[in-house]
Design a protein. Structure first.
Lengths: 535, 325
C-alpha cells in the first residue's frame, strides 16, 4: 500500500494506474476531425458564400461545437464503455433511441467515406500528377493525374484505398494500423499545416500569381491569371463586401470539423481515462484547431486572396488550364511554394490525412457494431474478432462493402455533396445533447457518484452543459438546413432530411424486430440497460 | 449463436446472474443482491474482487471532518452531512474512515505490510456489514448466492464469506445447484501489481484439475474462474511499462492478452458447458473455446452500474445476455 498525503490510502491491487495520456486522446480527436480537408472544402466552396468572413465562420462553428465537446467529455467520464453515443443514449433515454442514433451515425459515416476516397483520388494523387506537369512541363504527368479525376479513376482509386485500409487490419491488426497512424500523423502535420504556413509566410501574392502563370503554361495555357479573371467575370463573379448571412451559412462547412471532434469517446471501453483527460482532449481539440486555423488562414490568404479563391469557384477550369477541375488548397500551396519537392510534401501530407481517416472510421464503426452485438441486438458474429490480427473482421468487412458503395455513389452520381452527410450525423449529436439534459433526472445514482454532481444557478451541471450543447447542435442543424450549398438544405434538397429521418425509422424497426426475435429465444433486450434498484 | 434459432428444449431453464469486480462499491453489492428479485434469478454468483482499493480518511477537525475528495477539500459537520458524504465515498468503491490527524499520520508512517493489515481491517469491517445485508435480503428468497474472493481481496474475506449466513462460499470448491456443478477458483496468475491472491500457472492447473475429478458430468459443469483464459479476447488489457503506465501505439493504448494460460488449458481439456470470468474490466465479451461458452461481463464499478451477465441454462445449453444495470 502507498499513501498519498492524507487524501487517500491505497493498497496493492490490480488496475490502479491504467490511464491514457491527454496527449494521445487529443491526437486521436485531431486526426479524426479532418481540419485540412475542411480547409480545402471551404476554399473550394468559397465562391458560393460571397462576402463570408472565414475567421468569423470558423469561430462561430467552434462556439457551437464547444459545449458539445464538454458534454461528450463528461458523458465519456461517467459512462466509459465502447460505443460512445450508443451507450449514452441507451442509458439516458431508451435502448431503441441509442441504437437508432448510433445506427444512423454509422450509416452516414459510411456515406461520408466516399468523400475521403474521391478527394484522395482527385485532390491527392490527381493533383500531384498535374503538379508534376505544372513544374516540369512533361505532359505525361498531367495525363496520369487527370485520369484520377475521371469517374472510374475516382472509384478505382478510392476502392484501392479502402482495400488497403482493410488489408492493414487483416495483415497486422490494430497494432499495425496504430504504428502506421503515428508516422502518418507526423507527415500530415508537416505537409498539410506547417509547410503551407511557412510558404504563406515567405511567399506573397505577386509571387504566387507569377508562379500560377508559369505552372498553367506548363499545363498548356499561357496568361492563366488573366484567363481566370475573364472566365470568372463572364460567369458572373464580382467582388463582395462582408456579408453576415453568408458568413453564418458558411458555418455548415466548418461544422465538418467542430461537430465531430469527440471520437475518443468511442474508445473509452478499452482504456480508462481520468476526468482531466477527457476534458482536456475534447474541448482541448476544439481550442487547438482554432489556433491552427488562426495561423493557417492568414498564411493562406497572404498568398491567395479572397478574390482569387472566389474566381476559382466561378471560372471554367479549362479556361485557365486546369481541365480536370479547379485546384484545391494543397495544390494551390504547392504552386505557391514554386517547388516540386515542397509541393509533393504538401500534397502528400494532405493525402495521408485523408487516407488515415479511412481505417480510423472503419475501426470506429466496428466499435459500434461490437456494442450492438454485445447487447444482442445484432448477431454475435458481427463482433467476431479474428484471433491472429485481433481485428473485428466481420464488422470491418461490412463497413468495407458499404464504403465501396459510397465511393461509387460519389464517383458516378451527384446525389450527395461533400458535406451533405452532416445533417444525418448531426441528428445523433442532437439526441446526445438531450441525453445530457435529462441524465441527472434519469440516472441520479450515476451522477451522484461522478465528479459532475453539482449545480450551477440551481441547474444540474449535466443539464446545463446538455442544454448548451443542444443549442449549439440545433443551431448547426438549422444552418445546414438553411444553407443552400450544404447539400442538405430544406429549400433545395428536402429529400436529404427525409432520408435522414428514414434511416431512423429503419433503425427503430431493426431494434424492435430484434427485440421480438430475442424474446422468442428467451433473451429480453429490455433488461440490457434497465436500472437495478439498490434498495 | 443464430439470431433465428428457436430453443426446442422444454426443460425449465435455470436463471443465473453473474457479476464480478465490484471493488468495494456498496451500491453495486446492493444491486447484485436485488438481481435475484429483479431478474427472477435462481442463482447469483459473485466472481471475486469484492473489496475496494482505497481508504478515504475523514479527518476530525473541530466539530466536523475534513476530507480531500475528487481533488477538492470539503468540511462536513453534523451526522447527516457526514453520513451523506460517506455514502458518496462508498458509491465510488472507496472506504470512508473517520480518523484523527494523529491516526492519519500514524498510518502514513506505517511499513507497507502494517498498512496492508490496517487496510484489511478497515475493509473487513465494511465487508461484514455487506454480508449481514445479504443475509437480510436473501433470507426469504429461494435463490442461491455464491460468493468468492478474487485476486485483489485480502486474507480474511474468504473466512468472512464462509462464516456468513446469507451467502455460500465456493472458492476452491465444487458446489452443486439445480443439477449443475460449479468449479470455482478466485486466484489469478501473477500480475504486475503483486496483488494478494496470485498463483503460478502450474498451481492453477493443479487445483482446477483436482476439483474436476469430483465433477460427475462436465457437460453440465460451470467453471467459475476469476481470471479469463489467455488470448481469448476476454483478457485484453493495455500493456504497461515498468512504471505501470499505459504503453501507447500511435494514438491508442497498446493492448496485450493478460489472461491465464492455465485457465485456457483447463478449459480446452475439460470443455465445461460454461466458464465465467472477471479480472480484466475492459475486456467484456463472450467467446467460445471449443464447446465452452466463456464470458467476462467486464466491470464499470466506478460508474455505479453493475456489469453482469444473465444466463439461462437448459440441459447443456446456455443463452446469455449482458446487462449493465
Amino acid at each position: 500500500m502507498s499513501s498519498e498525503s492524507q487524501a487517500l490510502f491505497t493498497r496493492k491491487a490490480t488496475g490502479l494506474v491504467r490511464e491514457a495520456k491527454t496527449r494521445d486522446a487529443l491526437f486521436y480527436n485531431l486526426l479524426w476531425s479532418s481540419v485540412a480537408l475542411t480547409f480545402a472544402f471551404y476554399w473550394l466552396f468559397f465562391a458560393f458564400y460571397p462576402g463570408a468572413n472565414p475567421y468569423l465562420g470558423f469561430l462561430i462553428a467552434a462556439g457551437l461545437g464547444l459545449p458539445g465537446s464538454f458534454l461528450y467529455a463528461m458523458l465519456t467520464q461517467v459512462m466509459p464503455r465502447t460505443g460512445g453515443d450508443y451507450v449514452f443514449n441507451s442509458r439516458a433515454i431508451h435502448p431503441s433511441v441509442g441504437f437508432a442514433g448510433n445506427f444512423s451515425y454509422c450509416f452516414w459515416l459510411c456515406v461520408v467515406i466516399g468523400v475521403y476516397t474521391t478527394y484522395f483520388a482527385s485532390y491527392g494523387i490527381g493533383a500531384w500528377g498535374r503538379m508534376m506537369t505544372g513544374f516540369t512541363g512533361s505532359g505525361s504527368w498531367v495525363e496520369f493525374g487527370d485520369w484520377f479525376s475521371t469517374d472510374w479513376g475516382l472509384f478505382i482509386t478510392g476502392t484501392v484505398a479502402l482495400l488497403f485500409s482493410a488489408a492493414l487490419f487483416i495483415r497486422g491488426g490494430t497494432r499495425l494500423f496504430f504504428k502506421v497512424q503515428a508516422i502518418g500523423f507526423g507527415v500530415y502535420v508537416i505537409g498539410a499545416f506547417l509547410l503551407p504556413m511557412v510558404v504563406g509566410l515567405f511567399q506573397d501574392q505577386a509571387g504566387f500569381l507569377a508562379s500560377f502563370n508559369e505552372y498553367a503554361a506548363n499545363l498548356g495555357t499561357s496568361g492563366a491569371v488573366e484567363a481566370l479573371k475573364t472566365s470568372a467575370g463572364e460567369a458572373g463573379y464580382a467582388s463582395s463586401g462582408f456579408d453576415f448571412e453568408m458568413t453564418v451559412k458558411s458555418v455548415s462547412i466548418f461544422w465538418f470539423i467542430f461537430g465531430f471532434i469527440y471520437s475518443s469517446s468511442y474508445f473509452a471501453g478499452e482504456i480508462r481515462m481520468t476526468k482531466g483527460t477527457h476534458l482536456k482532449s475534447m474541448p482541448g481539440a476544439v481550442l487547438l484547431v482554432v489556433v491552427t486555423l488562426l495561423l493557417l488562414m492568414p498564411a493562406f490568404l497572404h498568398v491567395i486572396d479572397y478574390d482569387f479563391n472566389g474566381m476559382l469557384g466561378y471560372a471554367d477550369p479549362a479556361a485557365y488550364g486546369f481541365a480536370a477541375g479547379a485546384p484545391a488548397y494543397p495544390e494551390l500551396m504547392a504552386i505557391a511554394s514554386n517547388s516540386p519537392i515542397l509541393g509533393t510534401i504538401t500534397i502528400l501530407g494532405f493525402s495521408i490525412g485523408l487516407l488515415l481517416w479511412l481505417p480510423q472510421t472503419l475501426l470506429l464503426v466496428s466499435r459500434s457494431m461490437f456494442a450492438w452485438s454485445f447487447d444482442r441486438i445484432m448477431p454475435e458474429r458481427l463482433s467476431w474478432v479474428e484471433p491472429r490480427s485481433r481485428s473485428p473482421l466481420v464488422a470491418i468487412g461490412i463497413m468495407l462493402m458499404l464504403s465501396i458503395g459510397s465511393t461509387a455513389v460519389y464517383a458516378f452520381t451527384d446525389w450527395f455533396s461533400a458535406v451533405s452527410a452532416l445533417l444525418g450525423l448531426s441528428l445523433t449529436l442532437l439526441i446526445t445533447a438531450v441525453s445530457g439534459l435529462v441524465l441527472p433526472f434519469r440516472q441520479k445514482a450515476m451522477i451522484e457518484g461522478s465528479p459532475f454532481d453539482r449545480k450551477v444557478l440551481g441547474i444540474p451541471l449535466f443539464s446545463l452543459v446538455g442544454g448548451l450543447a443542444l443549442i449549439g447542435f440545433s443551431t448547426a442543424i438549422f444552418i445546414i438546413l438553411w444553407d443552400e450549398n450544404s447539400g442538405a438544405s430544406l429549400s433545395l434538397n428536402p429529400g436529404k432530411l427525409k432520408l435522414a429521418l428514414g434511416i431512423y425509422v429503419v433503425a427503430f424497426a431493426i431494434y424492435w424486430i430484434a427485440r421480438m426475435i430475442r424474446k422468442q429465444q428467451g433473451i429480453d433486450l429490455s433488461l440490457s440497460h434497465r436500472d437495478l434498484p439498490p434498495e | 449463436m443464430g439470431l433465428f434459432n428457436k430453443n426446442k428444449n422444454k426443460e425449465k431453464p435455470v436463471k443465473v446472474f453473474y457479476a464480478s469486480d465490484i471493488h468495494g462499491t456498496e451500491v453495486l453489492w446492493r444491486k447484485f443482491l436485488n438481481a435475484a428479485k429483479s431478474f427472477d434469478a435462481d442463482v447469483l454468483i459473485m466472481g471475486g474482487d469484492l473489496t475496494g482499493k482505497a481508504v478515504v480518511p475523514l479527518v476530525a477537525e473541530g466539530d466536523g471532518y475534513v476530507v480531500d475528495l475528487f481533488g477538492e477539500r470539503q468540511t462536513v459537520n453534523g451526522e447527516e452531512q457526514i453520513s451523506e458524504l460517506e455514502r458518496k465515498i462508498r458509491g465510488k468503491g472507496m472506504y470512508p474512515h473517520r480518523m484523527t490527524r494523529e491516526e492519519v499520520d500514524r498510518v502514513a508512517a506505517m511499513s507497507e505490510d502494517d498498512r496492508e493489515d490496517w487496510f484489511a481491517e478497515v475493509m473487513l469491517k465494511t465487508f461484514d456489514s455487506w454480508l449481514d445485508l445479504a443475509g437480510e435480503r436473501l433470507k426469504d428468497s429461494d435463490a442461491s448466492c455464491f460468493v468468492m474472493p478474487g485476486n485483489d481481496d485480502p486474507p480474511g474475506v474468504e473466512e468472512a464469506i464462509v462464516a456468513a449466513s446469507g451467502v455460500e462460499a465456493c472458492d476452491g470448491l465444487v458446489v452443486e445447484f439445480n443439477g449443475y456443478s460449479m468449479v470455482s477458483l478466485g486466484y489469478s496468475n501473477p500480475t504486475p501489481f503483486d496483488s494478494p491472491r496470485e498463483l503460478s500457472e502450474d498451481e492453477i492447473i493443479r487445483r482446477v484439475d483436482e476439483m474436476v475429478t469430483r465433477v460427475p458430468d462436465l457437460s453440465r459443469c460451470i467453471f467459475n474462474l476469476h481470471v479469463p483464459p489467455y488470448d481469448s479476447q476476454l483478457d485484453t488489457a493495455p500493456e504497461l511499462d515498468e512504471d505501470k503506465n499505459v504503453v501507447m501505439a500511435g494514438s491508442e493504448p497498446k493492448t496485450v492478452p493478460v489472461g491465464s494460460t492455465a485457465v485456457r488449458d483447463v478449459i480446452e481439456r475439460h470443455q465445461p458447458m460454461l466458464a465465467l470470468h472477471g479480472h480484466v474490466h475492459e475486456s467484456a465479451g463472450a467467446v467460445r473455446i471449443g464447446r465452452t461458452l466463456c464470458i467476462n461481463p467486464g466491470s464499470d464499478y466506478h460508474t455505479g452500474r453493475i456489469s453482469g451477465c444473465l444466463m439461462s441454462l437448459r440441459g447443456d445449453d446456455v443463452k446469455h445476455q449482458f446487462v449493465n444495470a
